[in-house]
Design a binder for this molecule. Structure first.
Ligand code: HEC
Length: 316
């Protein structure tokens, strides 16, 4: 008799386990596959490029072959002034992000619009392209899509780069590689967790904000502020520059490591950075022998520091 009860128990366990697996694994999978990308998700993947972490395209994480995000104020084709527009310039050979390679990832509305209005199928990695995120109203809702501005407007990558000033170029894709390589996610998250976090660090992301992004770098065990919206609460390039060179200059008890080596050999004016002289004066300052700390060099435009700052300030 006792054996019969075990059989009932085993079946009940099987049923409960099966139902719970169905609910936790299968149902969300169906749901997630139906989630369309948001405008934020399109901006993210277009600014990051294909891989944002370890991969065969850049195994040592140097940040090569990444798109450049720009703010366009003149039309690259006609040269006439236009409303400031964010565009993503993929020079010839720069790998396209996942959503362009597999438009199904974008979800139904954005996927179809990107193909029909956006002409993304006419873009090619070999020749490069310029992309823009657009939105149209469909059944009372704004649906975002990717426009291949090279096919739709005749904006080619080299003309576009010539039309933007240095201050309007952001190496966000390269900066994300620096974020992953330097292990910022070891201390910081890119995902505010629950209620108190949302009050403190701002709204959590939407599900469709990550379609096609690889990897997402959410982080897990947090020891430092969440950075999802850091560019909204602190948009100062100067503060970021001081803080990355040596966090103790702006936060005296910070446990964050210094990232001065991301400056490389020369500053923005091409002058060699003398780290030992810098630290000698900094030590005098810490010891109270100098009133001001030494000047932090401005990062060169192609330095890793500059890209990391572009990435961080763009987290809004
Ligand atoms: C050892 C842990 C640690 C690591 C690694 C680390 N940070 Fe931090 N970070 C902190 C702490 C703690 C703070 C808060 C104190 C401060 O401002 O220095 C902070 C603050 C910041 C802030 C300001 C946050 C705000 O709310 O204004 C930014 C931006 C930042 N870190 C970016 C980075 C980036 C990018 C990296 C990787 C290159 C990095 N951090 C690596 C610990 C860390």
């Amino acid at each position: 008799m006792a054996f019969r009860e075990y059989k009932i128990g085993a079946r009940m366990f099987g049923l409960a386990f099966g139902t719970s697996m169905f609910i936790t694994l299968y149902m969300p999978a169906v749901d997630i596959a139906n989630v369309s990308v948001t405008a934020t998700g399109l901006h993210r993947q277009l600014s990051f490029g294909r891989m944002g972490g370890f991969g065969y395209e850049d195994p040592l994480l140097t940040g090569v072959n990444k798109p450049v995000s720009v703010i366009l104020k003149t039309d690259p084709k006609s040269g006439s002034p236009m409303e400031a527009t964010r565009a993503y310039v993929y020079e010839a050979g720069v790998p396209f992000p996942n959503g362009l390679r597999h438009p199904r990832i974008l979800g139904k509305g954005p996927g179809e619009l990107s193909a029909s209005k956006g002409k993304i199928a006419e873009s090619s990695e070999t020749t490069g392209a310029v992309f823009v995120v657009r939105e149209v109203e469909m059944n009372g809702e704004m649906v975002p899509y990717i426009e291949n501005a090279t096919a739709v407007r005749g904006w080619n990558p080299s003309d576009t780069m010539q039309k933007v000033s240095e201050a309007d170029r952001f190496q966000i894709g390269k900066g994300k590689i620096m974020f992953v390589r330097e292990g910022c996610w070891w201390c910081h998250t890119l995902l505010p967790e629950e209620t108190q976090d949302w009050q403190y660090f701002g709204a959590p992301p939407m599900l469709g904000d990550f379609n096609g992004e690889n990897p997402t770098a959410f982080g897990s065990d947090r020891k430092a502020p969440d950075l999802t919206h850091v560019g909204s609460r602190n948009s100062s390039r100067e503060w970021m520059t001081l803080h990355f060179f040596n966090p103790r200059m702006v936060q005296p008890h910070s446990i964050m490591p210094r990232y001065d080596y991301l400056w490389g050999d020369v500053d923005a004016n091409g002058n060699k950075i003398n780290y030992s002289a810098w630290y000698a004066s900094y030590d005098e300052y810490s010891a109270g022998k100098r009133v001001y700390p030494p000047e932090v060099p401005e990062p060169a435009k192609d330095s890793e520091a500059r890209s990391l700052i572009d990435f961080v300030l763009n987290l809004k």
